[in-house]
Design a protein around this ligand. Structure first.
Ligand code: NAD
Ligand code: 4TP
Length: 331
């Protein structure tokens, strides 16, 4: 069977369309479907001197020849200049996401998203914090868990896109219990880790220094860990709360399969330092498979032809494996 992979290339003024066209240079046993404006893709290919044929996707998943994309057409209202996103395209971009998510649900397919500029969508008057939250809301309103992976380094986040000022209040016993359950379940079921070992970071410097530098560890994280250990029994190993500054030492990482960071910039700088360009953003806790690139819209290099396709390739590979085998091979 040819797995169906729905690609949304993201911000048209960024590097997303270029990357999808570059990815399409190689044939694939997967049915690569671009959920996007066709003229945008053709213009981008022409600008970069790349070859691209779009073929209308008729619902039957077939392999994808070289320099070809199957296509679910969407209409972009405002042609863009590279590097200059327009809020006028915000509704189009979200329509692409809805279309891909709906198709993924009905076809047991996977969606792979290119980068969006969150600010531009908000400038259009549409509240938007990221794909992760948007797709989860569209798929039924579950609370998603963001995880980025770079080889065997896996970093999940207890909170996603929110101001730092709001983070402490967003970490509650209930929210942490949910994140921990989703993470443990998906590490086992989708990442093939039989007995996951998960290291949980504290929120405050030095994990609160015994309550002298903040009490969230004592009030929220330790009780949540105690409950989760009771729920998991022998099925998983939960470590922590550990001070985040030493959570990523080689020794500590060797003892765990994933790190649960409390917030975006506690976990992702290390992950991106280790794997930028090859890492994958995967959303856990959804009824569909959704992977994404590890980078943003890179407006500074859009249209120059220099964007690196490594992360999109890794995101597609992970989506194909999850769609065909249900899980990844551990390691
Ligand atoms: N998956 C997503 O939708 C996603 C992910 C991260 C950031 N973003 C958004 O992207 C926008 C820009 O974010 P940023 O500037 O912090 O990060 P960025 O990843 O766009 O850029 C950081 C640096 O990395 C370079 N870079 C990024 N991807 C590259 C690639 N594939 N090849 C070569 N160089 C690459 C850029 O040129 C830039 O110098 C923001 O609006 C942010 O919210 C979206
Ligand atoms: N947090 C992601 C990152 O730093 O790579 C990025 O903003 C994308 O998030 P979504 O997939 O939710 O758009």
């Amino acid at each position: 069977m040819n797995p169906l992979i729905l690609h949304t290339p993201g911000e048209p003024a960024g590097i997303g369309p270029e990357l999808l066209i570059k990815l399409a240079a190689q044939p694939s046993a997967a049915c690569r479907v671009a959920v996007a404006d066709g003229a945008l893709l053709e213009r981008t290919a022409k600008h970069l001197g790349l070859s691209l044929t779009l073929r209308r996707f008729d619902g039957v998943a077939q392999a994808t020849p070289a320099n070809t994309l199957w296509h679910l057409p969407q209409t972009m209202p405002q042609p863009v200049t590279f590097g200059l996103p327009s809020p006028d395209n915000a509704a189009y971009l979200l329509a692409c996401l809805r279309c891909a998510a709906d198709q993924a649900r009905v076809s047991q397919a996977a969606m792979v998203t290119g980068p969006l500029n969150k600010a531009v969508i908000n400038q259009a008057g549409i509240a938007f914090t990221g794909h992760t939250e948007f797709i989860a809301a569209h798929c039924g309103g579950m609370t998603p868990v963001m995880m980025l992976t770079a080889g065997t380094l896996r970093v999940a986040l207890a909170t996603t896109h929110m101001p730092l000022r709001a983070v402490a209040d967003a970490i509650t016993p209930e929210s942490l219990a949910h994140v921990m359950q989703v993470l443990e379940h998906e590490l086992r079921e989708r990442f093939g880790i039989h007995k996951p070992r998960i290291q949980v970071c504290g929120l405050n410097p030095h994990a609160g220094e015994g309550g002298h530098l903040g009490d969230e560890e004592q009030r929220v994280i330790e009780p949540a860990l105690t409950q989760q250990r009771a729920r998991s029994g022998e099925a998983a190993q939960w470590l922590g709360p550990v001070p985040a500054d030493t959570a990523f030492t080689r020794e500590r990482l060797a003892q765990c399969d994933a790190v649960l960071a409390m917030y975006h910039d506690q976990g992702l700088p290390t992950l991106k330092h280790a794997g930028f360009g090859q890492a994958v953003n995967v959303t856990l806790g959804l009824p569909i498979i959704r992977t994404s690139v590890d980078h943003g819209t890179a407006l500074d290099i859009a249209g120059k032809g220099t964007a690196d396709v490594g992360s999109l390739r890794a995101a597609e590979n992970m989506a194909i494996t999850l769609a065909t085998q249900g899980k990844l091979t551990h390691g």
